[in-house]
Design a protein around this ligand. Structure first.
Ligand SMILES: Nc1nc2c(ncn2[C@@H]2O[C@H](COP(=O)(O)OP(=O)(O)OP(=O)(O)O)[C@@H](O)[C@H]2O)c(=O)[nH]1
Ligand SMILES: [Mg+2]
Length: 387
């Protein structure tokens, strides 16, 4: 046991030793993590706690999955170009937003837990259909199983992006604290980029690490983590400076990385200006925050635009030589290439692809000739030339 820890830490450790259930263990470990002094000398300890937490999360997931037979499982079939969840505490106005943004016919009421299962609706914006899914209200402890929380969080884990809904009439920073804690517990990394570490398993040859100078930490700890994950033979490329914790995250296949925005609802309510400003101070750097009122229908166009942006969708128009672009455009994932569009249009287009001409933001001049791997941008027009 390290000698430089606090009384609070030791208490938390005792709690951990006494804990019987997984949620109890998780809560105790979280306390241990929070009470370890943060300096170089405790880095390893903190990493160990994190890794133990991630192990417990996987165990909890397994436990819940086995229980599913008799219990309940939610899943919402994806439709449209992308799926965005509306997630927040109870009674913040998720249903009201879904109702004004989509065609969904749902209940709105002034008490918590009106919505008891995920509800989808389609939002139409810029010729693209985006699916919005209301997730029933989350509560503190959701990720540890409270209020069907684990099932609800798994709906969030499967979505393409998250719209966090907070209520400006009711301490939104506190709401954010609760939600961020549950996302963290559920292994959902919000508005963070996955560390750029590539792990290619090989059948033999041991561990090869390229870019080892990018790892800020003891290589023996790296090797230990790899052993723990049962990776004995692999080629690993570290493409940017990383800490041991980043390295651990990159190995942890129970984590998901999601983009998120904050919808600050009930902007019409008394006191909402002050709480919006506080929210902006504390979360404005990490999140795009859109203050709206579902009830008074204020700023809904801005909200649609922001949802469209995090959906990560681009519109690609196709045309035949000598003709106008076809309508409607084809929705594609951001970063899509010419050949990926060709595959969507017609399999012969992809098979017999020779080159394409492109008009729009991704090219230097109109009608530029490009190859199969050319990356397209929103609004581009593509003309396929095939053999
Ligand atoms: N003042 C104000 N009230 C709102 C606004 N949006 C929703 N409400 C009210 O907030 C209450 C809850 O709205 P819902 O849309 O049912 O909230 P929810 O988040 O779906 O609630 P649950 O499904 O129970 O978690 C209702 O009384 C709504 O009328 C708003 O923009 N301004
Ligand atoms: Mg609702």
């Amino acid at each position: 046991m390290p000698t430089n820890v606090t009384i609070e830490y030791l208490k938390a450790e005792e709690e951990y030793q006494k804990a019987r259930t997984i949620p109890e263990k998780i809560r105790a470990l979280e306390k241990m993590y929070a009470t370890v002094p943060k300096h170089k000398g405790t880095e390893k300890l903190r990493l160990q706690i994190k890794r133990k937490l991630s192990e417990l999360r996987k165990e909890l997931e397994k436990q819940q999955a086995q229980r599913k037979g008799g219990g309940y499982s939610f899943s919402v079939r994806k439709e449209g170009a992308a799926q965005i969840v509306l997630a927040g505490l109870p009674n913040v106005g998720k249903s009201s937003l879904l109702k004004t943004l989509t065609n969904a016919d749902i209940d709105v009421a002034d008490y918590p837990f009106t919505t008891v299962e995920p509800i989808p609706g389609m939002m139409h914006h810029k010729d693209v259909q985006i699916q919005l899914v209301e997730v029933p209200g989350l509560v503190e402890g959701a990720a540890l199983g409270k209020g069907m929380g684990t099932q609800l969080l798994s709906v969030i884990r499967n979505a393409d992006a998250i719209a966090i809904v907070v209520d400006l009439s009711n301490d939104p920073t506190k709401q954010m604290e609760i939600l961020m804690k549950e996302f963290e517990r559920a292994g959902i990394k919000v508005n963070k980029r996955k560390p750029r570490i590539e792990i290619k398993r090989t059948s033999m040859g041991g561990i090869i690490i390229n870019g080892q100078e990018n790892i800020k930490g003891d290589i023996r700890d790296v090797m230990r983590m790899l052993r723990e994950e049962k990776i004995h033979s692999a080629e690993i490329t570290v493409k940017e400076p990383v800490t041991l914790e980043d390295f651990s995250d990159a190995l942890d296949n129970s984590l998901v990385w999601k983009k998120a925005i904050i919808i600050a609802n009930k902007g019409d309510a008394p006191g909402s200006r002050e709480s919006y400003e506080r929210l902006l101070r504390e979360y404005g750097e990490r999140f795009k925050i859109i203050p709206v009122s579902a009830k008074k229908r204020i700023k809904l166009e801005e909200l649609k635009e922001a949802l469209y942006e995090i959906a990560g969708v681009i519109r690609v128009f196709t045309k035949s030589p000598g003709e106008d672009p076809a309508y409607p455009p084809i929705p594609m994932k951001k970063g899509s290439t010419v050949i990926e569009v060709a595959k969507k249009v017609h399999k012969d287009f992809a098979k017999n692809f020779k080159y394409a001409r492109v008009w729009g933001k991704s090219v230097k001049f109109p009608g530029q000739r490009v190859g199969a791997e050319h990356v397209l941008e929103d609004g581009d027009i593509v003309e396929f030339h095939i053999r």
